[in-house]
Design a protein around this ligand. Structure first.
Ligand SMILES: Cc1cc2nc3c(=O)[nH]c(=O)nc-3n(C[C@H](O)[C@H](O)[C@H](O)COP(=O)(O)O)c2cc1C
Length: 301
């Protein structure tokens, strides 16, 4: 099967612009290998913290209809050391997602992956439901700047910074990230949301509040990518609510150089990655578009 829609982003040559978003799958090398085979342009790992995190108790995810979910997994992960052993033989296009609660966490994690065969890193500054991690860090602009600089000191690999809709303006956070040396921006993460069961009269999720993903957030993601691409020089990876190839095209027309898919994989399984790539190729062929870069940011004209 031919999954080639070549794209270069932040100096990385990807087979195609369809990337698996952080958090959607387990953290095993075998699942990554399957995804490389079925056409993923790249994969972002679940966010990895310095020490293992158990995460929240079940229920951690609930469907809210219209191909949308609210989750509060609590950044459960085995910790940096264990994950670095798991992927020590990785040979595919993997980005390791980083999460932490203080500056020193990030440089310590990056050191553990420095010599691995990975593409680079994605810094999660936008998880909306874990205290002192993710969004709370992303809202502190001085800390954002310092964290990015401390990561860049430890690695020459590209660093993408994942931003979301927190208290600070997303364009302002992304500009700070760019000035601190980020190589690209991923937008957006999930948005704070909640579901209450009217029978039990209780919030459905154990953590009560979680992050909304899926179709419901696509128009917000498109708006953010559009505004970010007006203001930034570094490339943008669009994320949020992508269910079909036409959503990919919309994000790229808004200014994204690549995209990530998350909830769709939960909904339709990992084969949906290859299906999106194939439909995207058919769309480009039908429109005589020989280079996908022709559509990037076209909506700004
Ligand atoms: C169950 C679940 C777990 C997630 N875990 C992470 C995570 O660990 N790190 C992160 O940066 N984003 C995480 N996300 C957010 C996704 O990477 C993505 O930004 C978001 O779901 C929007 O994309 P989508 O609408 O295609 O799902 C998670 C999302 C879901 C649904």
């Amino acid at each position: 099967m031919d999954y080639d829609i070549p794209i270069n982003i932040a100096g990385l040559d990807l087979k195609n612009p369809v990337i698996v978003a952080s958090g959607m799958l387990g953290l095993s090398q075998s699942i990554f290998n399957r995804l490389y085979k079925i056409g993923a342009g790249a994969i972002v790992s679940k966010s990895i913290s310095l020490l293992p995190r158990e995460g929240y108790r079940n229920p951690t995810i609930v469907s809210v209809g219209n191909m949308s979910y609210i989750n509060a997994v609590g950044l459960a992960n085995p910790g940096a050391e264990s994950f670095s052993t798991e992927i020590s033989k990785n040979n595919g296009p993997l980005l390791v997602s980083l999460v932490g609660s203080e500056k020193s966490d990030f440089s310590s994690i990056v050191k553990l992956f420095r010599d691995h065969k990975i593409l680079g890193f994605e810094l999660n500054l936008s998880c909306p439901h874990v205290e002192k991690m993710g969004m709370e860090i992303g809202d502190d602009l001085n800390l954002v700047y310092d964290i990015i600089q401390s990561i860049k000191k430890e690695t020459t690999k590209p660093l993408f910074v994942k931003v979301g809709l927190g208290k600070s303006d997303i364009v302002e956070v992304a500009n700070v990230a760019e000035s601190a040396g980020a190589d690209g921006i991923t937008a957006i993460n999930t948005l704070r949301a909640m579901k209450i069961d009217i029978e039990t009269q209780c919030p459905v999720l154990e953590n009560k509040i979680g992050g909304l993903s899926g179709s419901a957030i696509k128009p917000l993601g498109i708006r953010c990518v559009y505004e970010l691409s007006k203001s930034l020089k570094i490339p943008i990876i669009g994320c949020g609510g992508i269910m079909t190839y036409s959503d990919v095209v919309e994000y790229m027309m808004a200014g994204a150089s690549a995209i990530q898919i998350g909830s769709l994989i939960g909904l339709k399984g990992i084969c949906s990655v290859g299906k999106i790539v194939r439909s995207l190729r058919s769309y480009l062929e039908a429109g005589n578009i020989s280079d996908i870069r022709e559509i990037i940011g076209i909506a700004h004209r």
